[in-house]
Design a protein around this ligand. Structure first.
Ligand code: NAP
Length: 331
């Protein structure tokens, strides 16, 4: 059962999204731009008149369809689709290489793409050997943030926005605490098929993301970093759920009563877009306001130790995958 705050926040009036030409002169990258919150954000960003809007999508065909709908609504926008598959570190590196060579700078990077696995299905592994939700939602997202940092640093007012979720506070931290107590790498446990529990992987991935964001903010002080909770929105996030599967329905049933509280994707997107012009870094934006991450676990001794260990492991992984990628960090 979600906490009372969830139900209240879903009905809390949200601040107005930015208006006018606040992105004029800016280059904006948006991942997951072809669907749900990302597609709605693409429309809203285009209306703010950026110089260059890059829709980063893993499927060029659906990306082109998104581009067509954005251009129809904002005919003068200078937008393009670039290929990016977060389930492949090679794709992330190629995308970042292109951004660092073809763009003078990146002013706003909105890392919004994410997946929620079919909770009853077996674990999926990427070509890089990592559990897919963990790689897409956290590892590749953070690698991309690091690889875009040089281009962000060329902006006078760089913004890095990451789409988070309040479910990070509902996640059971047991899969993070177990390796910590046993002196095992956290990353290894998350790739272990025998330890995989589909029904809480999405929640835990968002908790791991928040652990990283808390440490990324002081490590990249020149970049305004905002991780945003868009609230629960009607999107395609549950696309892997089969409504004809009993196992899936059993997993979904506990959430049935929160469905009436869903927002439209546009309202969630507005919170993401608002963070793209935020005055300062905040580890968690909730109902359009900067806040501290509400996770109880993150404030415990175990949470702090786990965060430090996990951050170090992810940075070491990024360094292995893309040597030199962590050189941008102030430690
Ligand atoms: N909906 C909610 O209630 C809610 C609440 C809190 C947070 N969020 C977060 O909001 C973000 C957007 O999700 P959404 O709700 O808008 O869901 P969505 O409609 O399913 O959109 C997800 C986007 O991520 C892209 N994506 C998935 N895997 C990818 C990969 N390997 N490489 C590149 N892009 C990939 C998808 O592309 P394809 O279409 O090609 O798969 C799609 O564009 C996610 O981070 C999600 O966790 C959502």
């Amino acid at each position: 059962m979600p906490p009372l705050d969830f139900f209240i926040s879903q009905w809390t009036p949200l601040p107005a999204s930015p208006k006018g030409h606040v992105l004029r002169g800016k280059t904006v990258i948006l991942t997951g731009a072809n669907s749900g919150i990302g597609l709605a954000a693409a429309h809203q960003l285009a209306a703010l008149e950026p110089d260059h809007l890059i829709l980063a999508c893993r499927n060029i065909k659906t990306g082109e369809a998104a581009l067509a709908s954005v251009c129809k609504q904002s005919p003068h926008v200078n937008a393009a689709v670039w290929e990016l598959d977060l389930a492949s570190f090679a794709s992330v590196k190629a995308f970042a290489e292109r951004a660092n060579t073809e763009l003078d700078r990146v002013d706003v990077a909105i890392l919004n793409a994410g997946i929620s696995p079919n909770r009853a299905a077996p674990m999926k592994t990427t070509e890089d050997g990592h559990e897919a939700t963990h790689q897409v939602n956290v590892l590749a997202t953070i690698l991309l943030a690091l690889l875009l940092a040089p281009a962000l640093h060329r902006s006078p007012a760089p913004h890095l926005v990451i789409t988070s979720s309040e479910v990070h506070g509902w996640a059971d931290p047991a899969p993070i605490i177990a390796p910590l107590r046993a002196n095992r790498p956290i990353l290894t446990d998350f790739d272990d098929r025998a330890l995989y529990i589909g029904h809480d992987r999405y929640f835990v991935s968002k908790l791991l993301l928040q652990l990283i964001v808390r440490r990324l903010i002081p490590a990249l002080p020149r970049v305004v970093i905002a991780s945003v909770n868009p609230g629960m929105c009607a999107t395609n996030l549950m696309r892997d759920v089969s409504f004809s599967s009993l196992a899936d329905l059993r997993e979904l049933l506990p959430f049935a009563h929160i469905m009436p509280f869903m927002r439209g994707a546009g309202r969630g997107a507005a919170m993401v877009v608002l963070a793209a012009v935020a005055p300062e870094s905040a580890e968690y934006w909730h109902v359009g306001v900067a806040a501290s991450a509400p996770s109880v676990f993150m404030a415990t001794m175990s949470g702090m130790r786990a965060g430090d260990q996990y951050f170090a492991e992810v940075m070491a992984l990024c360094e292995r995958v893309a040597p030199g990628s962590t050189a941008v960090l102030q430690r």
